[in-house]
Design a protein around this ligand. Structure first.
Ligand SMILES: C[S@@+](CC[C@H](N)C(=O)[O-])C[C@H]1O[C@@H](n2cnc3c(N)ncnc32)[C@H](O)[C@@H]1O
Length: 311
């Protein structure tokens, strides 16, 4: 949680923040800031942008952008473009001035706007320093972003949407007041592709066509599932999803001999394109992997559980 000292330069904001923290959640959608202004220390800004691997290809949106330091740094030091939104007109004015001073006004812009009413679809990176309950309120909107979109949050996580990475660092001036050192936490997520459901593909193994069906379950980026091949059902040994990149592996008996399967590919809607490495006593090699998501499974196991696991 934010902790404010009476000497904090944004004491009024702190009072507002405390009131909001302890009650008025509805303010998240009202015209009052739902989070008080506290700047992210510059070294934390830079670490956040490094963890997200921000570069010239990126379009970054800072939700509740304060004095604009995250967007300005992303533009100046990492060559990105983007914008910040903040409800407070004083912050927007400061941000515009800071972008001009840094010489990045063409790549770093600022809008006086409610972050909940902002279209985030152009973002490749979202940054935020809000509050736990605001993060949770935002979570469904963030989870809907393009697979692969990176999200970095200063100090606050997103409950059971576990971060893909996290870090903490000691900072000399935690609240921008010059009076308190502290620890900053950084949480990083990659929006995962939606992979729940039954996937089918064929491979030629030992010269014979072989049909595969895999049923995946998903909770955020955590995936698990079962594969059916040659009349056997096998649990996936490994299953990983990072943005739109998926990899799964299992061993199964195919054509009478045990075969290790290691698949990796890219999910695009209802298709996966990638490669599979097969290793067994009779078969070795690398093949293309093209899977398609079907409407339902051809065997009864998956259906009922799937419906319950869709997010
Ligand atoms: C903790 S400060 C973070 C500032 C900046 N992102 C940084 O890390 O230095 C949160 C900012 O969010 C703004 N804010 C709070 N609720 C907002 C809302 N609903 N829409 C837009 N901005 C909001 C506040 O005015 C404040 O400037």
């Amino acid at each position: 949680m934010f902790r404010f000292k009476p000497s904090n330069r944004c004491r009024c904001d702190a009072v507002l923040g405390a009131a909001l923290v302890f009650g008025a959640v509805a303010a998240a959608h009202a015209a009052e800031p739902s989070v008080p202004y506290v700047p992210t220390p510059q070294e934390v800004v830079e670490r956040m942008l490094e963890i997200a691997k921000v570069g010239p290809q990126d379009y970054l949106i800072d939700l509740g952008s304060g004095d604009g330091r995250i967007v300005v740094t992303a533009a100046k030091k990492y060559g990105a473009r983007g914008f910040g939104v903040d409800l407070n007109p004083v912050r927007i004015k400061e941000s515009v001035e800071n972008a001009a001073k840094a010489g990045v006004s063409d790549r770093a812009t600022f809008l006086q706007r409610n972050l909940f009413e902002t279209d985030l679809s152009s973002a490749t990176v979202i940054t935020m320093y809000l509050l736990p309950r605001v993060n949770l309120e935002l979570r469904p909107k963030l989870f809907e972003l393009k697979p692969g979109t990176r999200i970095v949050s200063h100090d606050f996580s997103m409950d059971d949407w576990k971060p893909d990475e996290s870090a903490s660092l000691e900072v000399r001036d935690k609240y921008g007041t010059g009076s308190a050192a502290g620890t900053s936490s950084i949480y990083f997520w990659i929006v995962p592709a939606r992979v729940t459901g039954p996937w089918q593909w064929q491979l030629t193994v030992g010269g014979k066509p072989q049909a595969y069906e895999m049923v995946l379950e998903q909770k955020y980026q955590m995936i698990s599932g079962t594969v059916r091949v040659g009349g056997h059902s096998i649990k996936l040994q490994e299953a990983k999803l990072r943005g739109d990149q998926i990899s799964v592996s299992f061993s199964a008996e195919v054509n009478g001999s045990q075969l290790k399967h290691e698949f990796s590919g890219r999910v695009a809607g209802n298709t996966i394109e990638g490669a599979v490495k097969l290793s067994g006593s009779r078969t070795q090699g690398q093949h293309e992997w093209n899977a398609t998501r079907g409407a339902k499974t051809s065997w009864p196991a998956g259906g009922a559980r799937l419906a319950a696991s869709i997010h």
